[in-house]
Design a protein around this ligand. Structure first.
Ligand SMILES: [Mg+2]
Length: 259
C-alpha cells in the first residue's frame, strides 16, 4: 500500500477529512488504520481562526481521533516564527485562534490606539473594518513588519460560492501600504516543516485537495504528495499547468488499500 512508503502523514483538513460539517467517506477509517500501523500523523490548516482544541473537537465529532499536539495551524506557525525572532509586540488583524497562539508565544498584543508595533500580523478576521485597516497602515509606515498567517483569497461555502479569506484582507493592507507581506502558511515551507515535526519526522507524505497550496507546498520541499478529489480540485484541473501530485486518489482510503 502507499502508506508503507512513508513515516509521517501530513493531512490537510477541509476537502480531505471533511467538507464543512460533513464527514468525508473513509476518512475516519484511514486515520485509524494509519494509527494502528504506528505511523506519525499531523493535521495542518491555513485557517488561523480556530484553536487546535476546537479542531480536535470537530474531528472527534466526525469519529476521527486526533490530539491537539498533532495540529499545526498557520496561527501556531506564525507565533513560533515570531517567537524565534524575539519579536515581543504585535498589532493583530485576526480572530481568536491567531490571538491565542501569539499570546501563548509570549507576544504582547497591542490595542488599536498603539502608536508603534514591531510587527503587524494578519489572518482571517470576520470583524475587519476600516479602522483596523487604517491602524495597520499607519503602523507599517512607522516601521512595523508585515506578516500574514496565510494569503488564501477565499474559502468555499455552500452552493459553490466563496467568501473572502485572509488574503483578501491582506491585499487591502498591501494595497494601502505598497508593502508585501511575509506569508507563513501553505504553500510556504514553515507550516509544512512544523507539521512534520509534530508527526515525529521521518519520510513525509502530504495529503491535500488543493494544487496551489497543499501540492505546491510539497513540491517546493521535494516531498511526495497525494491529491484527493474529494475537495476543490477536479480531474479536469489536473490537465492544466501547476504542480503534479505523486498520487491522485478518488478516495482517501486508497492510501491504506493493498496494491
Ligand atoms: Mg483543503
Amino acid at each position: 500500500m502507499i502508506a508503507d512508503r512513508y513515516d509521517a502523514f501530513l493531512f490537510d483538513l477541509d476537502g480531505v477529512l471533511y467538507r464543512g460539517a460533513e464527514p468525508i467517506e473513509g476518512a475516519a477509517g484511514t486515520i485509524a488504520t494509519l494509527r494502528s500501523l504506528g505511523k506519525g500523523l499531523a493535521f495542518m490548516t491555513n485557517n488561523s481562526a480556530r484553536t487546535p482544541e476546537a479542531i480536535v473537537a470537530h474531528l472527534a465529532a466526525l469519529g476521527i481521533e486526533a490530539g491537539a499536539a498533532e495540529v499545526e495551524t498557520s496561527a501556531l506557525t506564525t507565533a513560533e516564527l515570531l517567537r524565534s525572532r524575539a519579536v515581543v509586540s504585535a498589532y493583530v488583524v485576526g480572530d481568536e485562534g491567531l490571538r491565542t497562539a501569539l499570546a501563548a508565544a509570549g507576544l504582547t498584543l497591542l490595542e488599536q490606539s498603539a502608536s508603534d508595533a514591531e510587527t503587524v500580523v494578519v489572518g482571517w478576521d470576520r470583524g475587519f473594518d476600516y479602522a483596523e485597516l487604517a491602524t495597520a497602515c499607519v503602523l507599517i509606515q512607522r516601521g512595523a513588519s508585515l506578516v500574514a498567517s496565510n494569503a488564501d483569497a477565499s474559502y468555499p461555502v455552500e452552493d459553490g460560492l466563496v467568501l473572502p479569506g485572509a488574503g483578501a484582507i491582506l491585499a487591502a493592507i498591501e494595497t494601502a501600504t505598497g508593502v508585501n507581506a511575509e506569508v507563513v502558511g501553505k504553500p510556504n515551507a514553515p507550516i509544512f516543516r512544523a507539521a512534520l515535526a509534530r508527526a515525529g519526522d521521518g519520510r513525509p507524505l502530504v495529503i491535500g485537495d488543493r494544487l496551489d497550496t497543499d501540492i505546491e507546498g510539497a513540491r517546493r520541499l521535494g516531498w511526495d504528495a497525494l491529491l484527493v478529489l474529494t475537495g476543490i480540485t477536479t480531474e479536469d484541473d489536473l490537465h492544466g499547468a501547476g504542480p503534479k501530485p505523486t498520487y491522485v486518489a478518488e478516495r482517501l482510503d486508497r492510501l491504506v488499500e493493498q496494491d
